[in-house]
Each structure stands twice: as C-alpha cells, then as structure tokens.
Design a protein around this ligand. Structure first.
Ligand code: GLA
Length: 709
C-alpha cells in the first residue's frame, strides 16, 4: 500500500505509517476535514468515514466543533480556532479555497503531503503539511502561511495543527505540570467538558507545563489501550487547547505563542509554524512513550547514535567559588572515578562572583582563573576527559559592562519597570545585532578554548516583553526570539561539528522537541534529590528518551531538600539517564570514591541499554512499593532492571517484578550474581531483585541472554 494515497472520487487522502492511518479530505465547502486517526486502514475503508454534509440540527449550531484539520475563525464556527487572522481592512475570518496539492515521495524513508489553500477574499495562502516516516507512526504536521497581498495581515492565532480523536464514550488527558525544582509531574485525569488550556506565557517552554498531551478513552494503562498523543517542537511561549465538545467529541489544537500574542505578516511575508507531531499507538502509555523515544532518536536528535559520556559538573560542589587549583583537584578525582566529560559551571567569567553581576561579560575572569582557562582545559584533556563550560547567552545582569554599553538590548517597554528575576534581564534575541553578538562570542569562546560541550542555560521568564525600536516588535519578538536562538545554536554547531550542547533552563524549563533537534541532552531539574528525581524522571520519560536526560549524583543532605539517601540509591536513580556526578569529590571518603568508581563502571556496562534500549515503566512512583524501570536491547539479548524503594512496609515481602518483552524461550544470567532465570518466568511470574534492607533500597539488575548451544 502506498504511504500517501488519494481517492479522487471522494477526495480522501490517506497517510499510512507502519501501524497506523491518518485520513482527511477537502469537503464540499473547500475546508480540510478530518476523517480518521487510528489503526491501519485501506483507502477503501477510509472512504467509509465520508458522511454526507448535513445542515446543522438547529439555528444555534454551526459546523461541528471538532473535526477540521485546522479550525479557522469564520462562518458558523464557534470552537477554539487554530487560525485566526485580521486583515488590513479590519475584517477577520478565513474561508477555505483549495488551490492545489503536492505529494513528495522522493526522499528515502519519508513522504510528504502539502495541501494548499487561499482565503476566498484576501490573498492569504495557507498550506497544510504532513510528513510520515517509514520507521515511525508519528505524523508530523505544520502550516505555512504566506501573505501574497500588499498589506500586512495580523495572525492573531496560527497554530501548527488541529487534531481530532475518534468518538469515544469517555476521554482522559495525560500531561505534566511543575515548577522550578519540581518539573514534569504527571497528571492523568478525566478530560473536562469545555476547553482545557495548557500553556506557557513565559517566552520559554517552561517548568510549569510541557507542550505534549496524551489522550485515551479512559481505560488505557501502561501496557494496554489506545492512546493518541502529540508533542510540539517549540521552545518559546506556546498554547495547546484541548476541547471536549458538548456533543462528546475530543480534539486539540496547538502552536507557538500564548493568548494575546499576535504575529504580523507583512506583504510577501511567510510564517512557518513549528512542527506538531502526533502519534496513535496501541499498547498503552508505555508503547506511546517508546514510540516517542524511538522517533526522537531517529528523527529529532542530531547525533542519536552517540553514547553520551559520564559527566562531572562542579556547580553544587563549588557554587561561584571557582579557581584553577580547586577545579584541577576536582578534575583529578573525577577522572579517577571514571568521568569522561568535565564541566565548569557558572562563575568563570566577568565579575560573576554571585548571581548579582557579570552576566553578559563573557571573558574569563582573572579573579577566578588568573592564567585564563587554558591550563584547566589542557589538564582536563590530559586527564582524558572532554571539557565543557556553562553559558547563559540570552541574559544580562544590569551590573555588567554589557548592560552599561547596551541598555536597549533587553526586552523592555519604555517608561515601565524592568523587572528583574534572579537579578537579571532578558536580552532581546529577536534583534539581529543581539543574536549576532551572541553567536560571535560563542564561536570564539569554543574555538579559543577547545570546548567540547556547552551547558546552555536560560534562567528567567520574559517580562515587559517589548521591542521599542519596531512598531510590531512586541508581537514579533515571541517567535523571532526563538528563531534566532535556534539559528545561533545551528551556526555554532556548523562551525564546531564536535561541539555537544546541553539544554538547561534553571533545570527543565526548556525541554521540547524543538530544542532537542539541535542539542544533545537536557537538564530535567535543578532538584538533584534522588527521591524527588524518581517522579521527575517518570514524567520526563513520557515523551523524551533517557538518552536526552542528564542526571547527577550529588551530595547529601541534598542542597534543595536537605534529605539524605545512600550513595548507591543516588547512583541507581541517576543511572536511569545520562549519568553525571555533581558532588564535591574532594570531600568524598575513600570508600565513597571506590563505591562511586564501581557504580560508574557498572553504568558503563549497561548504558547502551539505558540510552538506546527500549524503556518500560514496570511500576510507577507513588504507592507503597518499589518503582521499577526496565531497558531492553532491540534483539532481546540483554536487559537492565532498575528498582528503587523508599521504605519497607510492615516487614512485608515485596512482590516479584514482572519483566516485559524478553525472549520467553531463552534463559538470562544476572551479570552480577550469575543467577540464571528463564525468560518465561521473568515475564510470566517475575523477578525478585535483591534489595538491601531498610529505607532507600535500590538495585540494578543486568540480565544477559545465555547463548543456546
Ligand atoms: C541554573 C542551572 C544550574 C546552574 C545554575 C548556575 O539554575 O539550572 O544547574 O547551572 O543555573 O547559575
């Protein structure tokens, strides 16, 4: 069956992925309408979804509130518009007039469909794009808007795509909320009637919500049920509106910008929305997550096959108290521990002895490094590690040479307060000169100091988001800022192909498919308390793969929560992602260093499973029992089980953990103990991992298939 097929008699378009189908059609009014999204269909079967146009049931109804590919504002539509435009004459609305289509199946492994329309009155062109890949069930969608007229059009709302679910008796919405140090808290709740808005108004993806949703009919579990999900590839403000309509249908729309932001489209101007990727899966939330992980590895990350190195970061150990000798001492201990990438955090530049000054002045501070950074970089390289450095290019402290020279470079509104958060202001990256300045010093910094890795931070939300030099600046900046951010990173990467980047925004404030398409990993939370991290990582894993999730083992009592948990537990939690260490190694005892080295070694022998295997959340956090995650090799030859238990209950024995997806006919050997287990028993009955007694018990069980003679 072709990947994109068309039935001219009914106008049905059918997009096929390996296991799913997506069908739509341009209806009699010229509007692109949704037909089906779910299990695989033939074109003939998809035709059955075409129903004859019927007049509204009463004069109070209009077009059905769900069921269009990109619901517009106009005519008898009363739902949440994905596209809302204001023309120069003050009029609003959009009426679809189809003008053509393009099918592109020339690129290996992927196919694209573009449906082109124009408004019936004004020369505004709207093209709906769809892309499918031969190795994924994800359907990528985006919209291109082009102003072919000679007056500016204002896009009051220009979402990437609208998505419609099949009719079900009930619906449930899964999403994450959070805040600084408590990101990606998973919620799964009955979808409310009306509109549920998930959004960031902060200029950045945000800690508070993340632009993905999963919907199910109420009965899906981790390993069963139909799930419809979508994730937006955008790192600025965004809005997703999920609707449950009075007639019981569910649909959602999403795109860049929050309520009240608008985008001017000058004559000849074109706006390409960010991609909004959708996925239908059977097999529950676990299967949905695995499909997102596989998609992110295959089609989002720039270097997906790379094994991420074990990292050390000195932030929690030293704070702003940086110096060559101290860093060299830490580097020596890190190297001995088995660390492969040594990262110097905030405080190495300008007058940055605290968070009150120096941000923006990106020259090495002689107070911290009297001989410059080179001796440290050389030493780190000599020790066999890569060298990484923290930067925060989008920000400035008012107490800095940069701000004294360019007070107009920040987001601001003349006459209004310039609100500081963490004593800093936001540089207006939407300005060409600001973006070019950032690119200039970054590319020199990387070249001059042989930097292998940047931790790119962004530590506050927008406020007074004005750009007084341009009349349309306050509208334009929300998208142009992000476009320039992406552009600076892309230019930097092109200049330095060996450079790798971590996305950080005060922890997990900027994790999304947009930033992940140009970075290598993300920092999920400043909260490094292993107990809290179990839940943060659970939420992170819903969409984003472990290969992108940086995790550190830090000291106890934890700096944020004052909780103390054993080193082994901290390591086992951090082993669930890209392992790093952030403790003060000069204070670790010999036995802690020895235990750390052993656990880093153990991680290195299983990280191919964590970073590139398929992940199954066997037991989620919460409740009395243990939390368990399994990572399995594609050929089922190996698996890793990580399990964490906060506290025993009533001296009761733990139930065995049923593993999943192993070869039931094979036997597996526990690499540490040598114990042999039958695959059928592991999956059918379970494994009882050996846990130490008492609180904060954890285990990492590496199972290796025994070759059959
Ligand atoms: C943010 C980051 C931290 C650290 C500090 C430095 O909070 O999330 O990891 O880099 O900034 O100021």
């Amino acid at each position: 069956m072709p990947v994109i097929s068309f039935a001219p008699d009914t106008g049905v378009w059918l997009l096929s992925t390996p296991r799913t189908s997506y069908a739509l059609r341009v209806d009699e009014t010229g509007a692109p309408c949704h037909l089906a999204w779910g299990p695989r269909l033939t074109l003939d079967e998809a035709r059955q979804f075409v129903t004859p146009a019927a007049p509204p049931a009463s004069s109070f109804e209009g077009r059905a509130p769900a069921g269009e590919e990109l619901p517009v504002d106009g005519g008898t539509r009363y739902g949440c518009p994905s596209l809302q435009v204001r023309f120069a004459d003050g009029s609003r609305a959009f009426e679809w007039r189809p003008v053509g289509h393009r099918v592109d199946e020339t690129s290996p492994g992927r196919s694209e469909l573009a449906l082109e329309f124009t408004d019936r009155v004004h020369p505004l062109r709207v093209t709906l794009h769809y892309r499918v890949h031969e190795d994924s069930d994800v359907v990528e969608r985006w919209t291109v808007l082009r102003n072919d007229g000679d007056e500016t059009v204002t896009l009051l709302r220009a979402d990437s795509a609208g998505w419609t679910l099949p009719a079900r008796d009930d619906y449930r919405l899964s999403h994450v909320t959070g805040q600084w140090a408590a990101e990606t808290q998973l919620h799964r709740e009955r979808l409310a009637f009306g509109e549920t808005v998930l959004t960031s108004r902060r200029g950045v993806t945000s800690h508070h919500a993340n632009p993905w949703v999963m919907l199910d009919a109420g009965g899906a579990g981790e390993d069963h049920g139909q799930v419809w999900s979508a994730a937006l590839a955008w790192s600025g403000s965004w809005r997703v509106t999920v609707q449950r309509t009075p007639d019981g249908r569910a649909a959602f729309t999403g795109g860049a910008g929050h309520d009240g932001t608008a985008l001017p489209l000058p004559p000849g101007g074109e706006f390409t929305t960010p991609a909004y990727a959708g996925l239908y899966t059977e097999g529950g939330f676990g299967a949905a997550s695995r499909a997102w992980h596989a998609y992110t590895l295959a089609h989002v990350l720039p270097y997906p096959d790379e094994v991420r190195p074990v990292l050390y970061n000195s932030w929690e150990a030293t704070g702003y108290d940086l110096g060559e000798d101290g860093q060299k001492a830490l580097a020596a201990r890190a190297a001995a521990l088995g660390v492969e990438l040594y990262v110097v955090d905030d405080g190495w530049f300008g007058a940055r002895r605290s968070d009150h000054a120096g941000l923006g002045d990106w020259t090495v501070s002689p107070d911290a490094f009297a001989n410059g950074l080179t001796p440290l970089v050389d030493e780190v390289h000599r020790l066999g590690m890569r060298f990484g450095l923290w930067v925060e290019p989008e920000m400035v402290n008012p107490d800095s040479d940069l701000y004294r020279a360019h007070p107009d470079w920040v987001l601001h509104v003349p006459g209004r307060t310039r609100s500081e958060l963490r004593n800093q202001l936001v540089l207006n990256f939407a300005r060409r000169d600001v973006a070019d300045w950032a690119y200039g010093w970054l590319t020199r910094l990387v070249a001059d100091h042989s930097i292998d890795f940047l931790k790119w931070d962004m530590n506050r939300a927008f406020s007074e988001a004005g750009w007084p030099d341009r009349a349309d600046g306050a509208d334009l900046l929300w998208t142009r800022y992000v476009d320039h951010l992406y552009e600076v990173i892309d230019r930097l990467r092109a200049d330095h192909p060996g450079l790798r980047i971590e996305s950080c925004s005060g922890g997990g404030g900027r994790v999304d498919l947009g930033i992940l398409s140009r970075t290598d990993q993300a920092w999920p939370s400043d909260n490094t308390d292993a107990a809290d991290r179990v839940a943060v990582q659970h939420g992170f894993s819903q969409i984003y793969p472990a290969r992108t999730m940086a995790t550190w083992v830090t000291d106890v009592p934890n700096q944020h929560t004052a909780r103390s948990v054993p080193l082994r537990f901290r390591f086992h939690v951090a082993m669930a992602g890209v392992l790093g260490v952030g403790g003060d190694l000069t204070k670790w005892s010999e036995s802690e260093l020895a235990e750390g080295a052993t656990l880093i070694d153990a991680y290195k022998s299983v990280r191919h499973l964590v970073q590139h295997g398929s992940q199954a959340r066997l037991r989620g956090p919460g409740g009395d029992g243990s939390t368990c995650v399994q990572y399995t090799a594609a050929d089922l030859s190996e698996a890793l089980l990580l399990t964490w238990q906060r506290t025993p209950r009533y001296a009761a024995p733990l139930p065995p953990v049923r593993l999943t997806g192993l070869d039931p006919t094979a036997r597996y050997r526990d690499a540490a103990t040598g114990a042999v287990h039958h695959g059928a028993v592991l999956t059918g009955y379970g494994l009882l991992p050996e846990l130490p007694s008492g609180d904060w018990a954890s285990a990492a069980v590496h199972l290796v298939r025994i070759p059959t003679p």
